[in-house]
Design a protein around this ligand. Structure first.
Ligand SMILES: Nc1ncnc2c1ncn2[C@@H]1O[C@H](COP(=O)(O)OP(=O)(O)O)[C@@H](O)[C@H]1O
Ligand SMILES: [Mg+2]
Length: 661
């Protein structure tokens, strides 16, 4: 076991104590003093030195000395120093808390700028980190506090932490151990199905809440359904059904009636008649046009034909005219020639012989002899006569030929003339014929009458119009009656729908009843499930109770005086985890006297000290309350109120006892 003992504790300007030195020599000591003499302050100084807090675990408390008006006395060093024996080895720790005054440049007066803390281990100044590490290496802060103050466990710790420490001290019990120890828990593993008890309890709680919610809702729903259930008083289901079906067939009949009117027989008969009339009209028109038109077409064709004949004749006549003209021109030119020939003949015929000869020799130019001249004259005359005769004869021949040709042309012309005349007769005959045909055409055309003037046709048209009017009239009447029937149908439908609403109530009622049954069934199922969950919950509680008993036995066996209550029965039969320290059945938190509190605290420290393997000085404040402290292995510093001691006084009980012996 690791052991730490206090040798000295020196305070300087700490929480109003100017200077005090507690010397213990590592023994148990008793410190006496009147109220407010600084007993508790010793413990505060001890804790502050190690952990920067006071004995109530407060970090922020007034270290600096205050005057009677509560003002801080400045410029003091606040100091705590202690010498320990750690496993037989001395260790000195010191902490100095002081104000820091800084002189700003240019200013005469120093200014307060905060605090500093200086740390010393065995007289050597060290950094804060080093210091805290040193303390931590000796003991954990939480454990240290548990072991140095009998009230710490019961008054400073939360119950959950207390419980945790106790379970840690006695060692937990496994679920299997718990189940094995209680036969009624045999079914639990199956129920848990691998879940922890806690988790399963959460599942149960959640499901129970759900079921409760559901169960709350069901009656509300049933109420609602019942409220909305239709009233069937005075309604006869069979009668309603019969009446509805009667109305439906009446509606059907009326619908059929409407469709009959729509396809109305009278109207369709008249429409058929109109179709027949239209066929007749067509026939009349065809007949009307047939006779007169035939003749007209024939005449027109004939006229066309005759006209083309006429133009052929006219063409021929024209040709003849040209031929004749050509021949006339030839005759004329022959006549002109003949006249010329006649004049030529007369001219030649009137020619007389003239002899004017040159009587000189053409070679020598000498006058020729007379006889020679006569002979020449004779010869010339003969020659002249011969030439004249020949020439006349030639002209006569030409004239004869011309006359013959002319005669031939004249004859031909006469022939052409006859032909021409004949053609002209034919032409005029044709023209007469065509003119007659045209007259006839005009006559025929004038005799063709417009169909609208055909009395038969007009009569039929009249008939058709009559029928159309009748149809329109019938349709108008049909629409009126259809509308009337439709109004009737509408009324019938309204009546039927009204009845349907009543009839529907029977179905709604049945549905509602069914729904209520379902809901009731659901309610039963939920209740059954709830019961099952209750049982499971009971089992988990039984488990916990068993575990509690096992645990409490195990824990209590570790303590001499202290007993612990770890669970509390609840009104609803459940169990709640708690952690309450008891002494002879009296709870620490209510009713336990001071002396018992201190002794129970010491008992707990003894067990924890054993558990953690550590022993530290115990500061027993208000120790005057206890006449007999229980035995502890650790060093104790008892703080005792003593009215007569206006200043702290220290006693060594062992020494006194020894001295007394
Ligand atoms: N910072 C402080 N400056 C001056 N006086 C203080 C300061 N803190 C506490 N005190 C006073 O010191 C006295 C010592 O208190 P305490 O140690 O509780 O006395 P005790 O435990 O012996 O009854 C008290 O009267 C308290 O008012
Ligand atoms: Mg006190």
């Amino acid at each position: 076991m690791k052991e730490i003992r206090l040798l000295t504790l020196n305070l300087k300007n700490f929480k109003g104590i100017r200077s005090f030195s507690l010397e213990t020599n590592g023994e148990n000591v008793r410190v006496f003093g009147d109220n407010a003499t600084g007993k508790t302050t010793l413990f505060d100084a001890f804790i502050w030195l190690l952990f920067d807090k006071d004995s109530n675990n407060r970090k922020d408390f007034a270290i600096k000395t205050l005057d009677k008006q509560g003002n801080v006395l400045h410029n003091l060093d606040h100091e705590v120093e202690s010498v320990f024996l750690v496993d037989g080895k001395q260790l000195s720790l010191k902490k100095v808390y002081s104000e820091k005054w800084t002189k700003k440049r240019g200013s005469v007066q120093a200014e307060f700028t905060g605090h500093t803390t200086d740390y010393f281990i065995d007289g050597v100044p060290v950094k804060k980190k080093e210091y805290t590490e040193k303390v931590a290496s000796i003991i954990d802060e939480d454990i240290f506090k548990l072991l140095t103050s009998p009230s710490y466990f019961n008054e400073q710790l939360k119950w959950q932490d207390r419980r945790k420490i106790l379970l840690e001290v006695c060692g937990d019990i496994s679920d299997d151990e718990v189940i094995a120890s209680n036969a009624s828990l045999a079914k639990l593993p199956e129920i848990l199905n691998g879940r922890t008890i806690e988790d399963h309890r959460k599942v149960i709680a959640a499901r129970r809440a759900e079921i409760n919610k559901e169960l709350e809702k069901i009656p509300v729903r049933i109420d609602e359904i019942q409220l909305n259930m239709p009233k069937l008083e005075g309604l006869d289901k069979a009668a309603l059904e019969a009446e509805i079906s009667r109305l439906n067939s009446e509606i059907d009949e009326k619908m059929t009636l409407i469709s009959n009117i729509r396809n109305g027989n009278a109207i369709s008969a008249k429409q058929k008649e109109i179709q027949e009339i239209e066929i007749e009209l067509l026939q009349i028109k065809q007949q009307h046009e047939a006779g007169s038109k035939d003749e007209l077409y024939k005449l027109k064709a004939r006229i066309q034909e005759e006209q083309s004949n006429l133009s052929i004749l006219q063409q021929k006549a024209e040709n003849l005219k040209y031929q004749k003209k050509y021949i006339d021109e030839n005759i004329q030119s022959i006549e002109n020639r003949l006249e010329e020939l006649r004049q030529e003949w007369h001219q030649i015929n009137s020619e007389e012989f003239k002899h004017e000869v040159d009587c000189t020799c053409p070679t020598c130019g000498q006058d020729l002899p007379e006889e020679q001249i006569e002979a020449a004259r004779e010869k010339a005359l003969a020659q002249f006569n011969l030439s004249k005769a020949r020439r006349l004869e030639d002209i006569q021949l030409k004239g004869k030929q011309g006359k013959e040709q002319k005669e031939k042309f004249i004859q031909e012309n006469e022939k052409l003339q006859k032909e021409y005349e004949k053609l002209n007769v034919q032409i005029s005959e044709k023209q007469d014929l065509i003119s007659k045909l045209n007259d006839q055409l005009q006559l025929v055309e004038s005799t063709i009458v417009d169909i609208t003037e055909n009395p038969q046709y007009v009569a039929k048209l009249q008939e058709k119009k009559q029928l159309q009017d009748e149809i329109a009239d019938l349709q108008l009447k049909a629409n009126e009656s259809i509308q009337a029937i439709q109004t009737e149908i509408l009324e019938l439908k309204q009546k039927r729908d009204q009845l349907n609403v009543d009839f529907g109530k029977f179905a709604v009622l049945k549905q509602s009843e069914q729904r209520i049954q379902e809901l009731e069934e659901q309610e039963r199922e939920l209740a059954a499930e709830y019961e099952k969950l209750e049982h499971q919950l009971y089992l988990t509680e039984e488990f916990i109770r068993t575990k509690v008993n096992l645990l409490e036995e195990k824990i209590n066996s570790k303590f001499k005086y202290a007993r612990f209550k770890l669970f509390e029965n609840q009104i609803n039969g459940g169990l709640q985890e708690v952690c309450e320290t008891l002494y002879e059945g009296v709870p620490y938190s209510s009713g336990l006297n001071n002396a018992a509190r201190i002794n129970v605290g010491l008992d707990i420290i003894n067990t924890l000290s054993e558990h953690y393997g550590f022993s530290a000085p115990i500061f027993i404040d208000n120790s005057e309350a206890v006449t007999k402290l229980i035995e502890t292995k650790a060093q104790t510093v008892s703080l005792i109120v003593s009215e007569k001691d206006k200043q702290l006084r220290v006693e060594f009980p062992e020494k006194q006892m020894k001295e007394a012996i």
